[in-house]
Design a protein around this ligand. Structure first.
Ligand SMILES: Cc1cc2nc3c(=O)[nH]c(=O)nc-3n(C[C@H](O)[C@H](O)[C@H](O)COP(=O)(O)OP(=O)(O)OC[C@H]3O[C@@H](n4cnc5c(N)ncnc54)[C@H](O)[C@@H]3O)c2cc1C
Length: 449
């Protein structure tokens, strides 16, 4: 069978490679370049969030900017408020696809960490950072059109035809199935454009989780355990889930090694230069001037295992958000307009419960004087083509099939349900492998008919 895929990011590449392995032909169309660049064509309404990275355009998509933190959306307590179809999808990822996704990324090492990621303690969220960063690579046998725009889409029960503009020329390509993989901000745009009467839900319920450093703590011996597990092939960080009894939201914070605030910046600099054998003196000085020291100490620890203190930790929070119809992605003159309001309620809920956590543990929390408009997006844009039980409450069904069509599917961040405080990459890989299996079975069935 022949598959057309729009978007060569994390989902597009995973699906294309897997379908090719199963003996199918795949053609990909992407609007970006072979070497992805940052897309900053976004306009944020209401709040001026601090956004350094937004959307990756081109091969590899947003993963070109990521740290490769891997985590699962797998805790069944988390399912409250999800539709029946979303629950079925998430359960099937947990039972069948997270392990496959981890194996694809980590090979045999997947078995060693899967127990921590897939069935974590109910109050702990584990994120795995592999030493070798995983970036998706497209198989050379897959035909790809880059810097190409989709001009029209037509389909009947048997075939999908898309007209594209590539290298100044217009082509019509056809396939048995079409899969949108243009990301949490890209796919809703394409669906709105080519299926204007589809569902009023397209582009709505945009979720992400605002992030930032919220302060510091000095850890007393044994007051909190299991912050970090080290492996030769990476580290697992354990985040603490703080469940709000009032809103039911499940915020997370991580403790990240930082420096002793009594030590001066210049001493830290000298120490690092000495550790580095004076090789990258200029570079290290530049880093100290450019990057926030909390972020720098964390990066030095994660990447090079250099830490300045085992008592001082910064508190890095990821705030869960209520699902809100008005949080949306829209388009005006090719500019993406994002309305993404965190709300005071969600922010205060997080801060209140964070303070309470430390008070209960008798740990002094040296809080930053942070305003909630200073939070950053985590670039985990999700839920904009919501999985629903029917067209009245969603855009795709539990097989990620566009409602009302037999051969059009969506698979990327846009179908990932409300995420709380998890990184979305591994869920997107798991969803892609699941859809590939489903389409392979469907293709076999269609052939046998
Ligand atoms: C700085 C940063 C750090 C991150 N860190 C992590 C992390 O540690 N762990 C984690 O799990 N996740 C992380 N993420 C998020 C993760 O990268 C994304 O969730 C994931 O890559 C999204 O995959 P996707 O397939 O949905 O979309 P993308 O990978 O963004 O791919 C979308 C593709 O579609 C193409 N496209 C868009 N519009 C069109 C169009 N109209 N026509 C044709 N093609 C189009 C784009 O060029 C791109 O290739 C991070 C993201 C950023 C920005």
């Amino acid at each position: 069978m022949k598959f057309l895929v729009i978007g060569a990011g994390l989902a597009g590449i995973t699906i294309a490679n897997d379908l090719l392995k199963k003996g199918h032909e795949v053609i990909i169309v992407d609007s970006g370049l072979f070497k992805a660049k940052q897309d900053d064509s976004h306009v944020y309404l209401k709040k001026s969030f601090n956004l350094n990275y937004t959307n990756g355009i081109g091969i590899g998509g947003t993963t070109n900017f990521w740290d490769s933190g891997l985590t699962c959306l797998s805790d069944s307590n988390y399912y409250k408020g999800y539709s029946d179809s979303q629950k079925i999808v998430l359960n099937s990822l947990r039972d069948n696809y997270y392990i496959k996704a981890l194996k694809l990324i980590l090979g045999k090492n997947a078995d060693l960490i899967s127990q921590f990621l897939i069935n974590p303690d109910k109050d702990i969220l584990n994120i795995f950072y592999p030493k070798k960063i995983y970036k998706p690579k497209l198989d050379n046998n897959i035909k790809i059109f880059v810097e190409s725009q989709v001009l029209s889409i037509n389909n009947d029960d048997k075939c999908v035809y898309i007209e594209i503009m590539s290298d100044g020329k217009i082509f019509t390509i056809n396939g048995d199935f079409l899969i949108f993989c243009a990301g949490g901000l890209g796919s809703p745009g394409l669906i709105k454009k080519f299926f204007p009467n589809m569902s009023s839900w397209v582009g709505h319920y945009l979720v992400d989780h605002p992030i930032n450093f919220f302060g510091k703590i000095i850890l007393k011996k044994n007051s909190i355990k299991n912050i970090i597990f080290k492996y030769p092939f990476g580290i697992i960080r354990s985040g603490f889930i703080i469940k709000s009894p009032v809103t039911g939201l499940r915020h997370v914070f991580f403790l990240r090694p930082t420096f002793d605030k009594k030590i001066r910046k210049s001493i830290l600099q000298k120490k690092l230069i000495a550790i580095n054998n004076y090789k990258n003196k200029k570079y290290i000085k530049l880093l100290f001037n450019l990057i926030d020291l909390d972020i720098l100490s964390d990066a030095l620890f994660t990447k090079f295992n250099i830490s300045f203190s085992n008592r001082y930790y910064s508190v890095f929070g990821m705030i869960d958000q209520s699902e809100n119809f008005n949080n949306s992605i829209d388009y005006e003159d090719n500019k993406k307009i994002i309305t993404w309001d965190i709300t005071n309620i969600n922010y205060n809920d997080f801060i209140f419960n964070l303070r309470k956590f430390f008070i209960d543990k008798k740990i002094t929390f040296l809080e930053n004087n942070l305003n909630y408009q200073e939070l950053s997006s985590a670039a985990h844009y999700s839920n904009t083509c919501k999985i629903g039980d029917d067209i009245k409450n969603g855009v795709v069904d539990l097989n990620l099939q566009l409602f009302g069509s037999s051969n059009i599917f969506i698979c990327d961040g846009s179908v990932v349900p409300k995420i709380g405080a998890i990184n979305t990459g591994l869920t997107i890989v798991a969803l892609s492998l699941r859809l590939s299996d489903f389409l392979n079975n469907k293709a076999k069935y269609n052939r046998d008919e």
